[in-house]
Unconditional design. Structure first.
Length: 185
């Protein structure tokens, strides 16, 4: 059965407590969190994992290694943790995190990052993009054969959310998930 309005999709942050909890979750429970393709619509409880540097790591690759250890080759949506606050700009991992948040070249650094990880289903990055750039981002994800996520945080909606929705409608795209998060309600 397809997800219904109000279905729960977990959002996890790359922190020791959340990655430990995910790692020790029984495999059968993790399997229920990944897409199951059937003749009917896809059932998905795929988690959204928010990318931030792993504790004292030298690169974001260490954060992804920790997710892989906890979730073992299962697909998940990956978004940039926009609440993460870099405190040491001398840290290579924090500098890398700032680079993937940069909207220059339509978030090319973000795409260069997630494309290296076959289990990643990327979340669209919309900040400062126009209609054409949003369409290009969607088409590029599709060219990679990946599903993607439009994650909407109600208390942090980008000004171009309607443009993203219009592009999805215009493209007739069906290979995406919309996650609406209430934030600090």
């Amino acid at each position: 059965m397809p997800p219904k309005i109000g279905d729960y999709i977990p959002t996890l942050v790359i922190r020791p407590s959340e990655m430990n909890g995910l790692e020790y979750l029984p495999g059968v429970s993790k399997d229920r969190m990944t897409p199951v393709i059937r003749m009917t619509p896809v059932i998905r409880m795929t988690p959204v994992i928010l990318l931030a540097p792993w504790t004292n790591a030298l690169s974001l690759e260490k954060a992804m290694e920790r997710v892989e250890k906890a979730f073992l080759h299962r697909k998940f949506f990956l978004d940039i943790d926009k609440d993460y606050d870099p405190t040491n700009l001398e840290s290579p991992a924090q500098a890398e995190w700032l680079e993937i948040r940069n909207p220059v070249n339509q978030f090319q650094s973000w795409r260069n990052f997630w494309i290296k990880y076959p289990s990643v289903l990327p979340c669209l990055q919309l900040e400062k993009l126009n209609d054409k750039e949003i369409r290009d981002e969607i088409e590029e994800v599709q060219q990679q054969g990946r599903e993607f996520c439009l994650r909407i945080e109600l208390d942090k909606q980008p000004g171009n959310i309607q443009a993203a929705i219009n592009q999805l409608v215009d493209l007739g795209t069906v290979d995406f998930t919309v996650v609406i998060e209430g934030g600090g309600l």
